[in-house]
Ligand binder design. Structure first.
Ligand SMILES: Cc1cc2nc3c(=O)[nH]c(=O)nc-3n(C[C@H](O)[C@H](O)[C@H](O)COP(=O)(O)OP(=O)(O)OC[C@H]3O[C@@H](n4cnc5c(N)ncnc54)[C@H](O)[C@@H]3O)c2cc1C
Length: 486
């Protein structure tokens, strides 16, 4: 089939029965429920958008010949990478980067996974079946244009002992196997997009110790698999709200869910890793982390650009040219430019893997995982500081439409330089929905943790990923100069 339309996406959600709980209610139809409909419609619009911007968002899949979303691409050149980049930018603009887990995020990961079947098979080919399964699954993703969710993090029960994974009876694990597949039990966090997904996946997040074989699993299952349950966080949507009043909450709650596997059968053809710790811990060799940080940096850049535009207009609307505000706007501009620099550099320095598959230079993007979780909360703080009480003096559409109130609002609540009361209310409402609403609060948590915490990312950058050669050489040079002086 290839790239789906919005209505095909919604039909798919309706067809797949799923166990989704939101605010104490088991939701029968996620496309119709007031708390979920806005998100479903925004994602449907995203599926339509790929056709609207087909020259950027779609490519002809060389295997199927079908027009397919660029996020499924296995790039074979630098041009392919730039082509994919243009499509990802277009997709991120659909929600101004506010929806972090649009399906292209997972598509990118699985494209990298399937590009390296040898990693999945193991050096001696002992997991050939798993390797075949991952390749077939990725083909299915691309051809059916599937919406995927995933859970890869161990739930927290007791941080003093959670680190000892072997024997952990909470984290998802294999409990038995049958002729049809493996039975898994336990939980994982946190399935963003679960109500809007067609399938659920589990694969390596953090490395496992050698004795945690039962937890060394990678697999995918349809959302309607018996025993698969999702307990969503409280909705941050604004059911029935006028989009003027709640421009983001009425559209962009992508949801997050605690995922329970209550003795779930995973069919053999959907098992990618079954207890092989060495293969489980080797998946970085597929390059999936580069694709992941590529998509997430592009999405973050769009959000930063949007935030900069929003904050700048807020300042104009209240005639705020103070040094403090101007400095903060410059700070936002710096975040935008630095993020764009990292993305562009990663593409300019793109590399061909030995098998002809191309990746952006991951080293240019790795630091974004440490720095964006700190910049994004600061962005929200800047918008709050510029906005001040103006974030709350925002008549609703109904109040603006009231004939008795309107003349008073026009007289007393217009903007600077002749800006209308409508525009002022609209912009500051948007800002409050961005930083102060329940959706804004969830966005704050998301940006801090969705690619693990900044703390962990910084530690990994220093201990594992950063090339310190030049820093060490400079130090050595300086120290040697000191010795020469002696
Ligand atoms: C909104 C949202 C959506 C998410 N979506 C998904 C999803 O779709 N799929 C998925 O699998 N996961 C998802 N996650 C889960 C996410 O992957 C985890 O929350 C993330 O890995 C962080 O793990 P943690 O919550 O255990 O926090 P931790 O990493 O344990 O961090 C908690 C606190 O401890 C501090 N800390 C932790 N380790 C150290 C250390 N070594 N040194 C110093 N300080 C430290 C951190 O700074 C932080 O303040 C999502 C999370 C959120 C909040």
């Amino acid at each position: 089939m290839g790239a789906r339309t919005g209505s095909q996406f919604l039909d798919g959600l309706r067809r797949t029965r799923r166990e989704i709980w939101v605010d104490g209610e088991k939701i029968a139809d996620v496309t119709a429920h007031p708390k979920l409909r806005g998100g479903a419609e925004s994602l449907a619009a995203l599926y339509d958008r790929q056709h609207e911007y087909a020259s950027e968002c779609l490519y002809k899949d060389p295997d199927s010949g079908e027009l397919t979303n660029v996020s499924h691409m296995t790039p074979r050149s630098k041009d392919d990478l730039w082509r994919r980049h243009a499509g990802l930018v277009r997709l991120s603009e659909a929600s101004m980067g506010i929806m972090g887990r649009t399906p292209d995020y997972m598509n990118m990961k699985f494209a990298a996974f399937a590009s390296a079947p040898k990693v999945w098979a193991g050096a001696d080919g002992r997991n050939e079946r798993g390797a075949r399964n991952i390749v077939a699954f990725q083909r299915h993703l691309a051809r059916a244009d599937v919406s995927l969710t995933h859970t890869i993090i161990q739930p927290t029960i007791d941080k003093r002992t959670d680190g000892k994974v072997a024997g952990n009876k909470v984290m998802v694990r294999k409990v038995s196997e049958t002729a049809d597949g493996i039975i898994v039990r336990g939980a994982k966090v946190l399935a963003t997009l679960a109500p809007y997904a067609d399938e659920q996946t589990v694969y390596p997040g953090q490395p496992l110790p050698a004795d945690a074989k039962e937890h060394a699993l990678a697999f995918a299952i349809p959302l309607d698999t018996p025993g698969l349950k999702f307990i969503c966080r409280d909705s941050v949507a604004a059911p029935g709200a006028d989009p003027f009043d709640k421009p983001l909450s009425s559209r962009f709650d992508e949801q997050d869910a605690f995922c329970i596997f209550d003795d779930v059968l995973v069919p053999w053809d959907r098992v990618f890793i079954d207890g092989d710790i060495a293969i489980y811990n080797s998946l970085r060799d597929t390059g999936y982390h580069i694709n992941m940080v590529t998509q997430s940096s592009i999405r973050a850049l769009t959000k930063l650009e949007f935030a900069y535009g929003l904050a700048s207009r807020m300042a104009e609307l209240i005639g705020d040219q103070s040094p403090a505000t101007t400095e903060m706007l410059g700070e936002l501009a710096a975040y935008v430019r630095l993020t764009a620099n990292a993305i562009e550099l990663s593409l300019e320095q793109a590399r061909e893997r030995s098998d002809g598959v191309w990746f952006p230079n991951g080293a240019a993007l790795d630091p974004m995982r440490s720095i964006l979780p700190m910049w994004m909360p600061r962005v929200a703080e800047i918008i709050t500081l510029i906005g001040s009480h103006n974030l709350l003096t925002t008549p609703s559409r109904a109040e603006l439409a009231d004939p008795t109130l309107r003349p008073l609002i026009d007289e007393m609540l217009h903007g600077a330089d002749g800006a209308t009361a409508d525009e002022r209310a609209q912009v500051f409402r948007l800002a409050w929905d961005f930083v102060g609403s329940a959706l804004g609060g969830r966005g704050f948590l998301y940006e801090r943790f969705y690619l693990t915490s900044a703390a962990r990312n910084k530690q990994m950058l220093h201990t594992r990923f950063f090339d310190r050669t030049r820093s060490q050489a400079l130090l050595k040079d300086m120290l040697s100069r000191g010795r020469r002086a002696d």
